[in-house]
Design a protein. Structure first.
Length: 582
């Protein structure tokens, strides 16, 4: 993949030259200590020093191959005349971290920014893919401002059991309900456990991982099309080495993130999110990334894109039958973006040094059932819709294509739970007073209430309804849900209940109304009654008294602002003309 950009810098201009170039005592120390590790001046002198930020760990199955891929990136860096240095970063394993990786997304972003800023680094390859690692790495890289490429982990292979194709998360939810209904044996359940995740790589449904790497790709931050490559595919190894070669060129070309992440590229990311059947988590992450890049992008912008962008990726959970491996074979993200036509700004630049239009100009589509055309979509609008009303004055989100259409316009009595344990116990009660028309509500699960806004928003169906044959009902929460989830779930209710948002005032039995065509979510309670409830409400106790959690609680924004820390906004606390002290 060639770039039309030319070298604009000389070795003396490199940022790392500040550490190693001067004839002074400080640089003597830097040179002697790097030679302590066995390197000679020929290894680093006059060469871009490339950080390979690796989020591998023994407890992150999505990144299990990164121990090997980092060597492929190093090979590419060396081939292009750079000096690679691996920099481990905190791993965010969606499968194992409690209460939620979202609590630590900003921690990884801080680590990336400070690692790059404080070391002799000229450019970076950011290795991630498991849900929160993609936005965290990009947020940190944007704030550091050095040339960077995002290397996506890639989806795992399709799941399989007894001849059935299985999709991460989506089929776990589906078959768990069947297990609770008594339709699946213990032996079959174990077979599903062993068959649903068959290789390294992130979820192979269009969950949060595939959503966020696709957004990064559409924004121009990956080598074009890299997000679609399955993790075990040999193409992934070649792509990793190419990332190493290309980042060296980017350093010489001074291709910094501000030349790539622009209002146009952010809209491209939002458009592709809608067209792919994206995770609802795309909302908080795309908003946060845009804010780090000083791009004005809001919930209303996302809703506008949702109204005008058809869903054309026939991939679970919004699509039917197909998974990310099929999507790659059908033409991948490049083919989908070509099918989007003028809905994308093709003049946007990519890390490859070519425009998006150039990258997708000849992209083929091999299966038009997997990657649909605009006139034959999976769903006539995009993945997400933003709702507002007296329950969510600052917004809430829903995934219309992934829920039963009868809940697009619905009224029903609320069944309110104040905690996840309370809800979990109640739904297993076969005598619970609940009907399919009820609206299940979980509150105190937002950024502060969760803490960290856990993926509790796809509230499990009450066992009473499951045994009656029901598989969907309207659910409402200030939590998030997994991108592999589905159902009539209204999420990210903002402001959250923990800080006194209207959701805190809702009572069991109140009528909740949703009107998706008009983008409304309301409780049918008169203002006088709400005022009385508000006067009686008391804020719950803070979750943390020390440490990172305390800092998180003091500075995190609400869901409609991306849940970033207030002090990490561009320009926060800096004086015009302030020198770079690093």
């Amino acid at each position: 993949m060639s770039s039309r950009h030319k070298r604009t810098r000389q070795p003396a201009d490199l940022r790392s030259a500040r550490w190693f170039g001067p004839d002074d005592l400080r640089s003597f120390g830097h040179r002697s200590r790097i030679m302590q590790m066995g390197y000679a001046p020929a290894d680093w002198a006059g060469k871009p020093i490339i950080a390979i930020v690796n989020t591998w760990s023994d407890l992150n199955p999505c990144h299990a191959h990164f121990r090997h891929r980092v060597e492929d990136v190093k090979r590419g860096v060396l081939q292009a005349g750079g000096f690679p240095v691996e920099m481990p970063a905190v791993t965010l394993s969606e499968s194992f971290m409690k209460p939620t990786t979202m609590l630590y997304r900003n921690l990884l972003a801080i680590e990336v920014e400070e690692q790059l800023r404080s070391h002799p680094i000229d450019g970076a390859v950011l290795m991630g893919g498991c849900d929160k690692t993609t936005p965290a790495l990009i947020m940190g890289g944007l704030s550091a401002g050095l040339p960077m490429i995002f290397l996506p982990a890639g989806p795992m292979l399709r799941g399989n059991y007894a001849g059935k194709t299985l999709g991460s998360g989506s089929d776990a939810w589906k078959y768990w309900d069947e297990r609770r209904a008594g339709n699946i044996s213990e032996q079959e359940w174990f077979g599903l456990e062993t068959g649903i995740a068959r290789s390294y790589g992130h979820c192979m449904t269009m969950g949060t991982a595939s959503t966020m790497t696709a957004i990064a790709d559409a924004m121009g931050l990956t080598l074009p099309g890299a997000s679609s490559i399955p993790a075990p595919d040999a193409n992934h190894i070649r792509m990793s080495a190419e990332c190493g070669r290309r980042i060296v060129e980017m350093v010489w070309e001074e291709m910094t993130p501000d030349k790539i992440v622009t209002p146009a590229s952010v809209r491209n990311g939002g458009t592709v999110a809608m067209a792919t059947g994206c995770s609802t988590n795309a909302v908080v992450h795309l908003l946060a990334m845009a804010r780090r890049a000083s791009v004005d992008f809001t919930l209303d912008d996302l809703d506008e894109l949702g109204r005008t962008t058809p869903l054309i990726a026939n991939v679970r959970p919004s699509g039917q039958g197909y998974l990310m491996e099929d999507f790659f074979y059908a033409g991948g993200l490049l083919g989908l973006m070509r099918n989007l036509g003028d809905k994308l700004d093709r003049s946007a630049m990519t890390v490859a040094g070519i425009t998006l239009g150039e990258a997708i100009a000849d992209a083929p589509v091999y299966n038009d059932d997997v990657i649909r055309t605009l006139d034959n979509p999976v769903y006539h609008e995009g993945s997400l819709a933003v709702l507002r009303g007296n329950l969510a004055p600052d917004g809430a989100v829903i995934k219309p294509a992934a829920c039963d259409p009868r809940f697009h316009v619905h009224k029903g009595p609320a069944l309110v739970f104040d905690s996840y344990p309370e809800m979990k116990k109640a739904i297993e009660d076969p005598d619970l007073d609940v009907t399919p028309d009820h609206v299940m509500v979980l509150r105190n699960a937002g950024p502060l209430g969760g803490p960290g806004m856990p993926e509790w928003g796809m509230l499990p169906m009450p066992v009473k309804l499951v045994r009656e044959g029901h598989r969907d009902m309207l659910r409402l929460s200030d939590a998030r849900m997994s991108g592999t989830s589905y159902g009539a779930c209204v999420l990210h209710v903002s402001p959250e209940s923990h800080i006194g948002g209207p959701l805190a005032l809702l009572k069991t039995g109140d009528i909740v109304s949703i009107d998706l065509p008009n983008r409304r979510i309301d409780m049918l309670v008169d203002e006088a009654e709400l005022a009385a409830r508000r006067a009686a409400w008391q804020r719950p106790a803070d979750r943390f008294e020390r440490g990172y959690g305390w800092m998180f609680a003091k500075h995190v924004s609400q869901a409609d602002k991306g849940c970033d820390f207030d002090y990490l906004a561009p320009g926060f606390g800096r004086t015009a003309g302030e020198p770079d002290i690093f």
